[in-house]
Design a binder for this molecule. Structure first.
Ligand SMILES: [Mg+2]
Length: 363
């Protein structure tokens, strides 16, 4: 992203969270429900609200509330039992969209995930553009569902940011604005602070996140061993990485050549062999790749890489070879190379279904 502000993005972390997900899916499938207060959950006397639409929330209906209470608050409440298979099906499409943006993806539940966009942010002119693109893609892939997006340089701040302008929100917190963003928010917004911890914090006199950020060790005393970690989070310090569920980030093949070669037909033959080998490996793992990268090492041991996103995720050698050839043809002639490699990234498992178009522009 263009660094048109002086603050540096050490990392670009997105938290994306579908709006009233179960209720929104029911409204999608039955548009009449859009104008009714709606709760998803069990209809019997011990039923609990799983999700309520925003109309029902105006009456005070909330997740985890007993259904009997919800009906007392809102006499016209429409109660629909959950259809988990349907939600899972839509969730797969949403996660497949996220995956086209970054393979460093950490789903937290069916409807929310962290994405580490640090390596891919140059594809976008601004974090706002990145956020809008994610929202558009989710809307298109689901036939009209909205997602709220928060973008920041830590997981904790991105998670709070996605929540502050729900529904259909987009909140970017620039690194030099983190403290001002957090300070006025209630302590309940701190990630990891549940109702119990919230009680302890307010009992100790902490109302806002800013109160916690400014607290001395002595003032934090009543919070015990958690005090210091609350203060760190309140100050926007969070080194946690976006987990990638252990999936390998890329699959590659490289060879040192018997003799150094310039960009030439002879070198292309090695690239072709590499492409066939890599495609075979990703196919055996039931993966498709959304991008191809070539690596070359010059005779004087300088590494260079070139990469390109593909219009559709693929395991077909022809398509990959075409992209690799285009990348090689863009390299200035004049050097000779001692090593050549091809790797494929933005891997998607076949089971994740829907293949989404990737970035419009090459990185
Ligand atoms: Mg949600």
């Amino acid at each position: 992203m263009t660094q048109n502000r002086t603050d540096a993005w050490s990392r670009v972390i997105v938290h994306a969270d579908m709006d009233a997900f179960f209720a929104a899916v029911e409204e999608l499938d039955e548009p009449k429900l859009k104008t009714r207060p709606l709760a998803i959950g069990g209809r019997n006397s011990r039923g609990v609200v799983a999700t309520a639409n925003y109309l029902a929330r105006r009456f005070g209906v909330r997740s985890a509330m007993p259904m009997a209470t919800a009906k007392r608050l809102c006499a016209d409440l429409v109660v629909v039992p959950p259809r988990m298979d349907r939600y899972r099906d839509i969730s797969k499409r949403v996660m497949a969209v996220f995956h086209t943006f970054s393979q460093q993806l950490e789903p937290l539940s069916l409807d929310e995930a962290f994405l580490d966009m640090t390596e891919h942010c140059n594809t976008f002119n601004s974090p706002e553009e990145l956020g809008h693109r994610i929202k558009e893609r989710v809307f298109d892939a689901t036939g009209g569902l909205t997602v709220s997006v928060g973008i920041a340089n830590t997981k904790a701040v991105a998670k709070i940011a996605s929540d502050v302008n729900k529904p259909d929100g987009l909140t970017v917190v620039y690194p030099n604005a983190v403290a001002d963003f957090l300070a006025p928010l209630p302590v309940s917004k701190l990630w990891g602070v549940g109702p119990k911890a919230q009680d302890r914090l307010t009992a100790a006199g902490f109302m806002t996140i800013g109160d916690v950020a400014r607290a001395s060790d002595q003032e934090l005393g009543p919070l015990g061993s958690n005090g210091a970690s609350y203060r760190r989070l309140a100050q926007g310090v969070d080194y946690r990485n976006v987990g990638s569920r252990g999936r390998s980030k890329s699959i590659g093949w490289e060879r040192t050549l018997d003799k150094d070669l310039p960009i030439s037909e002879a070198l292309m033959e090695h690239v072709q062999a590499a492409v066939v080998g890599v495609c075979d490996r990703i196919r055996r793992r039931k993966l498709k790749a959304g991008g191809v990268r070539i690596k070359l090492k010059t005779s004087d041991f300088k590494n260079m890489t070139r990469q390109q996103h593909l219009p559709d995720a693929t395991d077909e050698p022809q398509k990959v070879l075409a992209a690799a050839t285009a990348l090689l043809n863009d390299i200035e002639p004049g050097e000779t190379y001692r090593l050549v490699g091809v790797s494929m990234f933005a891997l998607i498992h076949e089971a994740e279904g829907v293949q989404m178009p990737l970035f419009d522009r090459d990185t």
